[in-house]
Write a protein that binds this ligand. Sequence first.
Ligand code: HEC
Length: 381
Amino acid sequence: MGWSRAPLALFLPGVVFWLLFANVGSLKGQLPADVDTLSDAALFDAACANCHGSDGRGLDRALLGFEEPLPDFTDCNFAARERSADWVAVAHGGGPARGFSRMMPAFGEALSKSQLQRVIAYVHSLCSEPAWPRGELNLPRPLLTEKAFPEDEWVVESDAAIEGDGSVSGAFVYERRFGRRAQLEVVIPYGWVEVPVAAAPNATKWVSGFGDVVLGAKYAVHHSFSAGRIFSLGGEVALPTGDESKGIGAAGTKLEGFMSFGQILPVGAFVQAQAGAEFPLYTGGENEGFGRIALGRTFTSGGFGRTWTPMVELQGKREIAGSVPIALDVVPQMQVSLSTRQHVLFNVGLLVPATETSGRSVRLMAYLLLDWFDGGFFEGW
Ligand code: HEC
């Protein structure tokens, strides 16, 4: 904090007032008594504008007496993706409630939850371009179903067979958003497989290698915050970078097209779905159709803290031309936020084959995810 600037700040009206707030932590007496008669904008002006500025862009640092940069609430690329509930938590508990600076004071004792929701709704109205999908539509990532929301994140995925011959695979997924609705993605998989040793009948050994690198793109063609709905189209190319002879990767290039859908339901519940088809470009590969649906509900500890999201997914796959019946998997799982900022998340679940079970084993699946737009991995804990 810039204490060396404190003498200067003494002469700037309003600043000492706010420094006191930040340090004493009680704002009650400083706000007008009749907060409920104020319009949302007037409430923002009374409680927040001394730092965030009446226009929401943040006052100049020279006027503030502290070094923390203030966010620009009119920047849709930043503001639209932030969930109201997270911002209410920041305004209620202060910056540290989400791993931010304590120069952002706590208003939990001065303003009720509904007053905070009003002021945050006003803050959200400062981004005036509705083409940016709202962060609420960024639903928790299931283990298999591709989300519809365009993301800035990286994910380390892993899964392991827990019966039969061993196989373990991992993948690094990097997703980057472009503009309002588009996202590009790269997936770099790595696999370990237990294979029989030709010379010794009952012996096995482990082989490993990179799998098929996937390049993908996704575009949110429709979203509506009021209807709680988002719909995207996407496509992927899987390149034959893996070693097929080891059982890691396919024999050639594979194309995939899909649509994904997310819908917010009441009481923190949601449903997400994805349907698509895979088209191998090499001989011997079969065109396959697939569908996935995930149902879940998020619980937030103490109303503002860590989130727990139990989900169950159902996945079905079938060759488009063949007569092989549909292979169904059921995937119960639990996602939990690890960081105070809620930008590092962990999910673990079990993929349980339900039909066509021969040769398909139960798999333990997990991922670790970083929403890197919200801060680095080591920030915000
Ligand atoms: C004493 C100055 C001050 C006041 C008053 C203040 N804020 Fe802040 N606020 C900050 C600072 C500084 C940050 C940046 C914290 C950081 O990035 O570590 C911040 C950050 C935030 C954020 C987090 C944005 C993000 O990055 O996700 C929200 C939301 C917010 N303020 C809302 C409000 C609201 C609503 C009010 C009024 C009820 C308010 N603030 C009043 C100083 C203030």
